[in-house]
Write a protein that binds this ligand. Structure first.
Ligand code: SAM
Length: 297
């Protein structure tokens, strides 16, 4: 793991500086790094996905935990620095790519590498990272749902902007409540581990951050008939969060277009069609999505 001075030296040596647009705020508090890595309880058979290798400081801590680390870095110069720094670790693979293939899909070659490693090792899939602010929410949403041939995270231990963390743990009828709050509450449990001051990063970001842990819960997942359709249902209604449910349903697209009688679905889910999507609990969204799934069979 690297101190602020070591990171500064590595960047200067490569003739580069932190790129604000890519969220290059490096974690320089080594105790916080150890806390985040410790929270993931990494086992040798686990596959650890890190988004944003940076200069490889946090990645080294992950490597020493013994898991199989797949770390993704978009910046070519940082990728080269980290590759040199971590060459002695056989359990680390660094991939130089954008983790997002599109706004809402993960890079296929990374997904393939993670899938192959899980099949080989048989352990859990963990996301442990100081996430770049611009991709944090879409990456986590993807790792909850998985989708066709996708991958899901059993546990995510991450640092994110305070605003993202507040959305992850938000309750219905608050302004922070959104699709990510519903997906997380319906599939597991998210908790804030620490509030982080800008001074634990270099350079200091303009905003506060939080360390958050999300754990997937099999008992909750079992209750959802189809995760993809659940995500579509949440997106449909939360896209019009302040309209009444019966009005939001008019904006339906995709597979849900085939649903003829929304009133019957709301009634069977014991949900008032005059209520607003932002007032519904995660369980109520699960009931609506399951009834949609049954109707489409
Ligand atoms: N892991 C290092 C640490 O903890 O100090 C660096 C974390 S820094 C917050 C985020 C890193 O993510 C940067 O190195 C940045 O270049 C990288 N990054 C930003 N957007 C990315 C993307 N779309 N895909 C992959 N890496 C990205």
């Amino acid at each position: 793991m690297q101190t602020k001075q070591q990171i500064e030296r590595l960047l200067a040596g490569a003739g580069t500086e932190p790129n604000k647009r890519l969220g290059q705020n490096f974690l320089i508090d080594l105790n916080l790094m150890r806390l985040l890595i410790g929270a993931a309880h990494i086992d040798r058979r686990d596959v650890v996905l890190e988004i944003g290798t940076g200069t490889g400081s946090f990645t080294e801590g992950l490597a020493q935990s013994g898991g199989q680390v797949i770390s993704v870095e978009i910046d070519r110069t940082l990728f080269q620095i980290a590759t040199t720094q971590l060459k002695k670790y056989e359990n680390v693979r660094i991939v130089n790519t954008d983790i997002l293939a599109s706004k809402s899909t993960l890079c296929e070659s990374v997904v393939e590498a993670v899938r192959e490693a899980i099949a080989r090792l048989g352990g859990r899939m963990l996301l442990v990272a100081n996430l770049p602010y611009n991709v944090a929410a879409p990456v986590m949403m993807n790792l909850i749902i998985g989708g066709d041939n996708g991958i899901v995270a059993d546990c995510m231990c991450v640092t994110v902007q305070k605003e993202v963390a507040e959305r992850m743990i938000a309750s219905p009828s608050t302004k922070e409540y959104g699709a990510i709050s519903i997906l997380m509450a319906a599939t597991g449990h998210a908790t804030v581990m620490r509030k982080l001051k800008p001074s634990v990063f270099w350079p200091r970001p303009q905003v506060d951050s939080m360390m958050v842990r999300f754990t997937r819960e099999a008992k909750k997942i079992e209750k959802i008939h189809n995760l993809g359709l659940f995500r579509e249902t949440v997106n449909l209604f939360m896209g019009h969060r302040r309209k009444m449910l019966q009005a939001s349903a008019k904006f339906v697209t995709g597979r849900l277009e085939k649903i003829g009688n929304w009133h019957e679905i709301f009634e069977r889910a014991f949900v008032d069609p005059h209520s607003r999507p932002e007032e519904l609990s995660a369980d109520q969204f699960v009931s609506i999505a399951n009834l949609c799934y049954e109707t489409l069979q």
